[in-house]
Design a protein around this ligand. Sequence first.
Ligand SMILES: C[S@@+](CC[C@H](N)C(=O)[O-])C[C@H]1O[C@@H](n2cnc3c(N)ncnc32)[C@H](O)[C@@H]1O
Length: 388
Amino acid sequence: MKTNHRLCFGDSTTLGTIPSNSVDLIVTSPPYPMIEMWDDIFLKQNGSIGKAIKKQDGNTAFELMHEILDRVWNEMFRILKMGGFACINIGDATRSLKSNFAIYPNHSRILQHLVQSGFTILPEIIWRKQTNAPNKFMGSGMLPAGAYVTLEHEYILIARKGGKREFLTHTEKENRRKSAIFWEERNIFFSDIWFDIKGSRQDLSDKASRSRSGAFPFELAHRLINMYSVKEDIVLDPFLGTGTTMAAAMSSARNSIGCEIDKNFYDPIIKIKDNIIDLSNPYMESRLKKHIQFINERTASGKPIKHKNTPYGFPVITNQEKELIFNELQTIEMMPDLSMQVSYSDSPQALSCLEWNNTGSEEKCSTLQTNKPPQSKSKIKDKQWELF
Ligand SMILES: C[S@@+](CC[C@H](N)C(=O)[O-])C[C@H]1O[C@@H](n2cnc3c(N)ncnc32)[C@H](O)[C@@H]1O
């Protein structure tokens, strides 16, 4: 399997080079209106925003900034396939203008426009980003009534173009099964509050460019891609920044397109090709290890496990996980058109394959031979699943 990753530098309010109904999933995070670090980028796109900010007219500035984003959401609706999802990470902004402290509700303003554009809005995720900063409480402290609630969350808005996506052919159904996530991951990924994603957990690019770009964590993009698309789909990020969505798409065996207005991000994005194999393959190993640990604990507590994953040989909770496989990245190369091409292995990861024999015949983890003696079926419950 091979995937392709295409970069375009330009303004995403017009994504003319991307055909209508051609993209399967959008994962993105725009510049946040009314957060000061993004003022300049909005100002460059509409001079009236600068005048509004100078006059301390927060409501006008807020609206003008969103009018720029609205044009990107319209383009997203055009290029998404029917049944395709859009996941938008956005935080609200707090700001004092004319000595008046207020919240600018970015998430609700975006939702309102998505409805107008024709999207179906689905339940959103609250991404809890707890801060331990000593000055996190604002206002009059312990004295009523002049203190403000601290914002410690962002949103991941989820919208779909049209109704449910259909998987009709045998090949489409098979690919969907191979793209499954684990049952225990589903229980975390599809809960409405994410507590467990902290910050950037990887070094895709240098810290300075990640903080300048307001980069979201690799894990956030990776999760959304695995929740809302299948292998070889096309994932778009119209606000690519340092390229986190592209990296997560490479890691998930999806194709991707990334658009970014600021050419200074070229270097950090291209640096992904030097790091992605070393980041991605251990990341997959760690998901497999976590699954094995989960199975160990469940087995130890005496809970039955009915199903077995075919490529790896380890138990899984549901029938839907039986064909799940993570494709290790093998090579990444720069193509003449400056896109990046990734090739993948179709075999399960050797280190995470389990030896197990519950049928009396020697079993293999895909193409790997096992060395240990066969064990009887009655031992399944006591078995502690091991890595070898
Ligand atoms: C919040 S950052 C995205 C960060 C990205 N998710 C990452 O992990 O690095 C928003 C990005 O959108 C870019 N941007 C702003 N306006 C844009 C526009 N009209 N078209 C394309 N990109 C734009 C900014 O330069 C910035 O890099």
